[in-house]
Design a protein around this ligand. Structure first.
Ligand code: SF4
Ligand code: SF4
Length: 132
């Protein structure tokens, strides 16, 4: 199990309607982070504030500038400290990481998924509760 390399696949895959925010998170954004709240509509994320249409990609996902055009893309979250719990909880299960082609997975993790889950839960201990 490697550290997250910020490949952005998870944000790109899930941010077009598969992510949610709690009412508490939305209420806090409304008071303290109106720039985030602008992208909420009827309790759901993420919507274009002007058109009201659901966005295909999270508006806070940013591609880092790179010196070498052949280097892999590296993404950052511009609201990292204020991102929804839903984002904080990924990745939670080895099976979903394999399905999503998460780049934290190593060959050894495929051979030993139970040990991989334990390593993952340790890596994620500051972001979410253990998976079981
Ligand atoms: S809020 Fe941040 S972590 Fe969540 S989808 Fe957007 S860029 Fe990714
Ligand atoms: S898919 Fe995996 S490696 Fe890529 S950004 Fe998401 S958690 Fe990190």
């Amino acid at each position: 199990m490697k550290d997250c390399n910020q490949c952005g696949k998870c944000c790109i895959k899930y941010s077009d309607g598969a992510l949610s925010a709690t009412k508490e998170e939305i209420d806090l954004w409304e008071i303290f982070n109106p720039d985030i709240f602008d992208f909420v509509k009827d309790g759901e994320i993420w919507f274009d504030p002007k058109s009201g249409l659901r966005l295909k990609r999270c508006p806070f996902l940013e591609l880092s500038p790179k010196k070498d055009p052949l280097a892999p893309n590296i993404y950052t979250c511009s609201i990292y400290l204020d991102r929804p719990e839903d984002c904080r909880h990924y990745p939670s299960l080895i099976a979903e990481m394999i399905r999503d082609e998460c780049e934290m997975i190593e060959v050894v993790d495929l051979d030993k998924p139970k040990q991989a889950q334990i390593k993952l839960d340790l890596l994620m201990k500051d972001s979410r509760p253990p998976s079981s």
